[in-house]
Design a protein around this ligand. Structure first.
Ligand code: CUA
Length: 180
């Protein structure tokens, strides 16, 4: 058979499927189904993926809520740029906003207390990556994400932006303190 001459058997492609090929198709299908089932399973038992809520908002409306918390619970300022360090009551709703290129404000939390952490962006997509804990969330303008957070270790945590957001991306580092 060549590309110029027609094949002698014109239905050369129409043959029963080889057993081995069927076996591999079945194996691949089974594997895909298993991996699919692992997604909900891992969510519940793997403790890896966070359950979060998301609401529609606007940058202006979200900023107002953050500002209200900052006005009420700021205890001191931090760093060369004097960012407010906010210590909201245990169990309350706490807010952090992402913008080019800050996480604002600094939060101070109590160990073993639960908080509802709200996140949103003022401009475009940022990534909330809490170090050294392994938490990763996308932060988008127009959406308010809420995660329940219970710090189990005192210390200083960094919030690193892990979605490329421009020239200052590598400097977009925030701070969360956890006290005993
Ligand atoms: Cu914000 Cu990268």
């Amino acid at each position: 058979m060549s590309a110029l001459m027609p094949p002698s058997d014109r239905l050369w492609w129409k043959e029963p499927i080889e057993k081995v090929e069927l076996l591999w198709i079945a194996l691949a299908l089974l594997w895909a189904v298993l991996m699919f089932a692992m997604m909900p399973y891992w969510h519940v038992y793997g403790k890896q993926n966070l359950s979060n809520e998301a609401y529609k908002t606007t940058p202006e409306a979200y900023q107002k809520k953050v500002q209200a918390m900052v006005d009420q619970y700021t205890v001191r300022t931090d760093g060369v740029r004097n960012f407010p360090v906010v210590r909201p009551p245990a169990g309350s709703d706490i807010y952090m906003l992402a913008r080019l290129w800050d996480w604002w404000p600094v939060l101070e939390l109590e160990k073993d207390k639960s908080y509802r952490l709200h996140l949103s962006s003022m401009d475009w997509q940022h990534g909330f990556s809490l170090q050294p804990a392994n938490i990763n969330l996308q932060v988008l303008p127009g959406y308010e994400m809420v995660v329940t957070l219970t710090p189990n270790k005192a210390g200083e945590y960094s919030v690193v932006c892990n979605e490329y957001c421009g020239i200052g991306h590598h400097k977009m580092v925030g701070r969360i303190y956890v006290t005993e």
